[in-house]
Unconditional design. Structure first.
Length: 451
């Protein structure tokens, strides 16, 4: 990349980018205001707004979205008659989980073994810096050849749909010819990848009640119906013996056509313990990109420490269901709800409440924008050809944008490769990937402007 002026500019900007990412990571911008102060998210939003203004963006605003959070918007005018590109990232992050499990403080960007560690470094505050670096490189090398809109979401990790609903209420705001979602990642470090599919998701809370109150397990256990046992039984019914997801009426036999995922490599990426089997059937890519997957995210029940000898009167769980492209998330929600209700044993009372939902996404990889990105990545990653992969996670905004702007081309790139360990302790970003992807995005904007 050294002979390319754009690449040289991005390289020279990396020390500044590290300082800026450190400033952004320092905000504890978890959009769960029962756990983290709203002021942390407001601070991060204001930081991004100031950065956009410094780059010449107009109409910079903090948008109050219906879920009570804020998304940051700005518009950078390009040449008359130029195409419009929307660049997306999000500044909210997952909670740090067990801070004691981090080798360094989660909200303090720390360099270690060639990577930068910190919550949000890859997912997705690094994406904000990727967009800024690409635009700065173009400005230093002839200018930005397209109109650019930037939107930085404030609640993507919560799945509360604030920006989706805001976009639906203001459909002109994010209109663009092409949309670059900076919240995906390469299949692995050094292998340029666009994400062509996303699974959708539904999130439900299931509550089981059996008694008016807890009972002494010695006096009543064996006949009194245990709500926690009933909940365990119904949750277990969501999986077959091999661990495959089994929601009554929901197909689970689709196959992935595209980049293969070696099983041993997946075991290493997922840090599966020696001797523990993978779950499900079919190829790894089938299981994580093309088929539904249920996960019990949490259970409300007595902790082991301090537990009493009691039959539990009530218990509840939070259940996530990922659904592949081609499956309507609303229909999957109905099937999941019906399954939980009909499979709850012993006549226990069961309530299922939907918490969140997002549709799956499939991109049109034959579009001109994809060719422009492939050419850009070939320069940013010499000797490598751009790959197409799926992603098991969900970005509900993608389908909202696809519905609002059916003619727009949507590309998904980003910094969340396997070593980044997003959503886990010790999340990190590869500075080399940040540099190369920033170069790729800058060259893409230039290529796309001339396509």
């Amino acid at each position: 990349m050294s002979s390319n002026p754009v690449a040289e500019t991005v390289s020279s900007l990396m020390p500044r980018a590290k300082e800026e990412l450190a400033a952004l990571v320092a905000f504890k911008s978890v959009a769960d205001f029962d756990q983290f102060p709203r002021s942390e998210s407001v601070g991060a939003a204001n930081w991004i707004a100031a950065a956009l203004r410094a780059e010449g963006f107009e109409d910079v605003a903090l948008l109050d979205t219906p879920d009570g959070t804020q998304s940051v918007y700005g518009h950078l005018p390009g040449p008359e008659g130029a195409k419009t590109v929307l660049l997306y990232a999000h500044y909210d992050v997952q909670p740090p989980l067990d801070e004691a499990g981090w080798d360094t403080p989660p909200f303090e960007l720390t360099e270690r073994d060639g990577r930068w560690y910190g919550r949000g470094a890859a997912d997705c505050k690094g994406g904000v810096l990727m967009h800024l670096l690409a635009l700065r490189a173009l400005k230093a090398n002839g200018g930005v050849p397209v109109h650019v809109k930037v939107i930085a979401e404030g609640s993507e990790e919560q799945g509360t749909g604030g920006l989706e609903r805001y976009a639906e209420q203001h459909p002109e705001l994010l209109a663009a010819d092409t949309i670059v979602i900076g919240d995906a990642g390469n299949f692995r470090v050094g292998l340029p990848t666009v994400t062509s599919t996303l699974r959708g998701m539904t999130l439900v809370r299931v509550k089981v009640d059996t008694l008016e109150g807890n009972l002494h397990s010695g006096q009543f256990g064996g006949a009194a119906p245990d709500a926690l046992a009933a909940l365990i039984r119904v949750l277990d019914s969501l999986r077959a013996e091999d661990g495959s997801t089994t929601v009554d009426g929901l197909a689970a036999d689709s196959a992935w056509e595209g980049l293969a995922y070696d099983e041993e490599q997946f075991r290493r990426d997922a840090r599966v313990l020696d001797g523990v089997e993978l779950i499900g059937s079919g190829s790894v890519a089938d299981r994580i990109w093309a088929r539904p997957a249920v996960t019990v995210l949490g259970i409300d029940c007595p902790p082991v420490v301090g537990a009493t000898p009691s039959v539990q009167a009530g218990a509840r769980a939070l259940v996530s269901l990922r659904v592949p492209p081609g499956v309507d998330a609303a229909e999957a929600t109905k099937l999941l709800q019906a399954h939980l209700e009909t499979r709850t044993p012993w006549g226990a009372r069961v309530q299922v409440e939907q918490i969140g939902q997002g549709q799956a996404f499939r991109a049109d990889t034959t579009s001109p924008a994809y060719q422009a990105m492939a050419d850009a990545m070939a320069v940013a990653y010499p000797g490598q050809e751009m790959q197409y992969a799926g992603q098991g996670g969900s970005i509900p905004l993608c389908n909202t944008l696809a519905s609002l702007y059916p003619e727009a081309e949507i590309l998904l790139i980003g910094l969340s490769e396997p070593e980044a360990q997003i959503h886990a302790v010790n999340e990190s970003v590869s500075p080399e990937e940040l540099e190369r992807l920033s170069v790729a995005e800058a060259l893409f904007l230039r290529n796309y402007a001339g396509s």
